[in-house]
Ligand binder design. Structure first.
Ligand SMILES: NC(=O)C1=CN([C@@H]2O[C@H](COP(=O)(O)OP(=O)(O)OC[C@H]3O[C@@H](n4cnc5c(N)ncnc54)[C@H](O)[C@@H]3O)[C@@H](O)[C@H]2O)C=CC1
Ligand SMILES: C[N+](C)(C)CC(=O)CC(=O)[O-]
Length: 495
């Protein structure tokens, strides 16, 4: 089975709560066990931020949300779950004891992942009866947006477990990377710890403050790392002579006094106060949830930009986002036809920050996007879905007339309705209205003409019989509706 059916999160703090959000937004029923008295409130707040982020992340139809349940024991939480994620505090004894309880209560085939940032899975699975299905699934904060999980097996983890975990992460938009061999802190935290250690020295020695240090990262190599990793970036830095030239030029620096990497700073009260004070001055004016929202919006923008990378083929995390969206479209239930005697309600949208232009309202081409995505929803409704396209048939838009009637502001919810106009086996003519959800006001209209084509022949051909069979009753019902008042308008015509 390459799909998670039911999940359990043991520990619902920063990481466990965000795993729960990832599962629930992927449509997976999830039970959480966390004895913290505020666990429900905290997860509620994380869920709200995660939903807000997903609203900006994708136009693809998310599945209906999974059900969130709070359990009163580990045993209750793991019952029936096929993926159990442990995210309790980073204390080896606590984790081992919690994992042993999970192991005793869970289905013997359930996968058990630990979010540990660096403890060896061999140590964690020591007392388990079924250690072969236990592994580290080390995520990155925020788990609901950052797609990576490092998958690390212990001495008694089976290879099949790691492969199964990787396969099950893909449909929830995550990239599972199997690490060859277990090592403390795995790969990501090895790198982050080295950077962090050096950063602590720089603050302690008054070389810079926390804000300057963060600026150095975010205005330079931080941006590079979001799109290419270390080695690909350095290959480019080697110029035409490439990586070997880069190594020849900068290799010797490794023995220069550029680094204190092996020394660990004494994180005493004085240094803790210094860092906390500088951090308060840097970011203390904003609350944690507000900072999370700013971070999430930035991460969404980065992923969307990367989706357009490599000439539109997508790059890195953006390519993964495109694949996730493709999966969402393919698994979306067919568009409901609704009442055939009324215009069809097709798709909903939310005006996102990247949709707003210098005039402070939704920019022109996003109106077109709402109509184009709605036309796609109409096509799926009549059976012209991705499978139909893969088989060599499709509808292409050949003409449209767009009217922008009102402004749409950041955060406005919008929906589209459509009326089919007289059409035939090759032409699909429709009239679409874009409405604001809050007051139902029409903010734009689009008269739209599509041609049915054979992508192999590169010309218009009649739609296949199964499409026509779905279209005909709709066309007949819509023929009885009043003609849209603005149908057939041309540019500049008086209303
Ligand atoms: N915070 C981060 O940036 C990251 C943390 N991790 C790892 O995730 C794990 C959890 O860390 P955080 O979420 O940051 O910690 P946290 O302190 O925010 O959450 C831990 C939660 O576990 C709960 N808990 C304590 N004992 C429990 C028990 N016996 N059963 C069930 N729940 C229990 C606590 O009430 C708390 O809500 C750690 O292993 C950590 O290394 C991994 C990646 C990033
Ligand atoms: C600080 N940390 C070790 C808990 C960080 C991680 O494990 C990953 C992350 O999200 O940075």
């Amino acid at each position: 089975m390459t799909r998670i059916n039911k999940a359990a999160c043991i520990g619902g703090g920063v990481i466990g709560g965000a795993w729960a959000a990832r599962f629930i937004l992927a449509g997976i029923d999830t039970k959480v066990f966390d004895p913290h008295p505020d666990a429900e409130r905290i997860i509620g707040e994380v869920m709200a931020n995660a939903e807000r982020a997903y609203g900006m992340l994708t136009m693809a139809p998310l599945p209906p949300k999974g059900k969130l349940t709070f359990a009163t024991s580990i045993e209750e939480a793991v019952k029936g779950a096929d993926w159990i994620q442990e995210s309790v505090p980073e204390r080896p004894d606590l984790k081992r004891s919690v994992l042993t309880q999970i192991d005793a209560a869970a289905d013997s085939k359930a996968l058990i992942g630990s979010s540990t940032s660096g403890i060896l899975p061999t140590d964690l699975q020591r007392d388990m009866k079924h250690p072969e299905r236990m592994f580290v699934a080390h995520p990155y904060n925020p788990v609901y947006l950052l797609p990576l999980a490092e998958l690390v097996g212990g001495e008694r983890t089976s290879r099949a477990t790691l492969e199964e975990a990787r396969a099950k992460l893909a449909p929830i938009g995550m990239k599972g990377v199997i690490i060859n061999r277990e090592i403390e802190a795995f790969v990501g935290d090895r790198l982050l710890e080295a950077l962090w250690r050096e950063a602590l020295w720089l603050i302690k020695d008054d070389i810079c403050d926390t804000e300057t240090l963060d600026d150095v990262i975010r205005y330079s190599f931080g941006m590079r790392w979001a799109q290419m990793g270390l080695f690909e970036t350095y290959r480019i830095a080697g110029g035409e002579a490439g990586m070997s030239h880069f190594l020849a030029q900068f290799g010797p620096c490794l023995s220069w006094p550029w680094t204190k990497l092996t020394d660990v700073v004494d994180l005493n009260d004085e240094l803790v106060d210094k860092i906390a004070g500088q951090s308060d001055r840097q970011s203390g004016a904003r609350g944690i949830r507000e900072l999370e929202r700013i971070r999430d919006q930035n991460l969404v923008s980065i992923m969307q930009a990367l989706k357009a990378g490599d000439e539109g083929r997508g790059w890195g995390a953006g390519k993964l986002l495109a694949e996730f969206e493709d999966h969402l479209w393919k698994t979306a239930p067919p568009q409901a036809a609704g009442d055939a005697a009324q215009p069809i309600r097709l798709a909903e949208f939310k005006v996102q920050p990247s949709w707003v232009d210098y005039n402070g309202h939704m920019t022109e081409y996003r109106y077109s996007q709402c109509f184009a995505d709605s036309a796609d929803a109409l096509l799926r409704m009549i059976g012209a879905d991705m499978q139909y396209v893969a088989e060599g048939h499709s509808y292409y838009t050949v003409e449209n007339h767009l009217r922008l009637l009102d402004e749409c502001k950041l955060g406005d919810g919008l929906y589209v309705t459509a009326q089919l106009l007289p059409s035939d086996d090759k032409k699909l003519h429709s009239f679409l209205w874009l409405h604001r959800i809050s007051d139902d006001r029409i903010v734009a209209t689009c008269e739209h003409l599509m041609l049915h084509v054979s992508s192999q022949k590169g010309k218009a051909v009649p739609a296949l019989a199964q499409i026509q069979a779905r279209l005909e009753p709709l066309l007949a019902a819509h023929a009885l509706l009043d003609k849209p008042e603005a149908m057939g308008r041309h540019v500049g015509q008086k209303r």
